[in-house]
Ligand binder design. Structure first.
Ligand code: FE2
Length: 251
């Protein structure tokens, strides 16, 4: 836990020395509450429960839902343009602040990842109040290394918490990356943690307050615990560390 994100935190995450970093008050909680107030119920699209099993919703597209044989489905771009309208409005300062803080910590360039020169959307607002299944995220494993113009050599997950449940809602992260044998225990988008033996792996849990940011390596298996009370809402995107040492973000 820290009050200030630094380059060393990001390097520690990227090289696997650090499991997760919680940055207290990355954004002031009043700004987070105002952003939640501007979210309309219609803006949040429910995830396909046949794939995700636990109810969850999001504003804005995530590229792994537009994976067409390891290429980006053309329908992605209209969904991205629609979602950009949210950040073009009054809430835009919050997303810009996140990017600026990351750039300041990294002491280098950070901007949206691109595909054939077209910037990808970043900054979904995701509701995971009911938790998530255990899963991993790794762009180059899902799409190959030639999707992005600047492919990442390490991938971090960034979550800024806008609202948190009164109980639960922790992020659990296991020291285990995907192994082909794990596929025998797949359940929709996730995995059966007990069957695949995750209980035997080193694990950490992070509980955040509204306004806190949490960064971790999403190539490690991770899950969100179900919450009680208030909604669990976070601005989420991935941060790629590229071979040229620049940061690129996408959702
Ligand atoms: Fe994830």
């Amino acid at each position: 836990m820290t009050d200030t994100l630094t380059r060393d935190h990001l390097l520690g995450l990227a090289c696997g020395l650090t499991a997760a970093v919680r940055v207290r008050r990355f954004v002031d909680p009043q700004t987070c509450a105002a952003t939640v107030a501007r979210l309309s119920a219609e803006a949040l699209v429910t995830y396909d429960t046949a794939r995700y099993h636990l109810p969850a919703a999001r504003l804005g597209p995530v590229i792994n839902e537009f994976n067409d044989c390891r290429r980006l489905d053309a329908r992605y771009w209209s969904a991205a343009a629609q979602a950009e309208k949210f950040w073009d409005g009054e809430s835009g300062g919050l997303r810009a602040h996140c990017l600026a803080q990351l750039g300041a910590a990294w002491q280098g360039s950070v901007r949206a990842a691109s595909v054939h020169g077209r910037p990808l959307f970043y900054g979904i607002v995701r509701e995971t109040s009911a938790g998530t299944l255990v899963h991993w995220d790794e762009l180059v494993r899902e799409f190959g290394s030639d999707l992005l113009d600047d492919p990442p050599i390490a991938q971090l997950a960034f979550n800024l918490f806008l609202s948190m449940p009164d109980e639960g809602g922790r992020t659990a992260i296991w020291r285990h990356r995907w192994d082909p044998r794990d596929e025998a225990h797949r359940v929709g988008f996730g995995y059966d943690a007990a069957a695949m033996g995750l209980d035997g792996c080193q694990r950490t849990e992070v509980r955040a307050e509204p306004g806190d940011a949490v960064l971790f390596d999403p190539r490690n298996f991770h899950a969100v615990q179900p919450g009680k009370g208030s909604r669990r809402l976070a601005v989420a995107f991935f941060v790629g560390v590229t071979g040229s040492g620049q940061l690129r973000v996408w959702s």
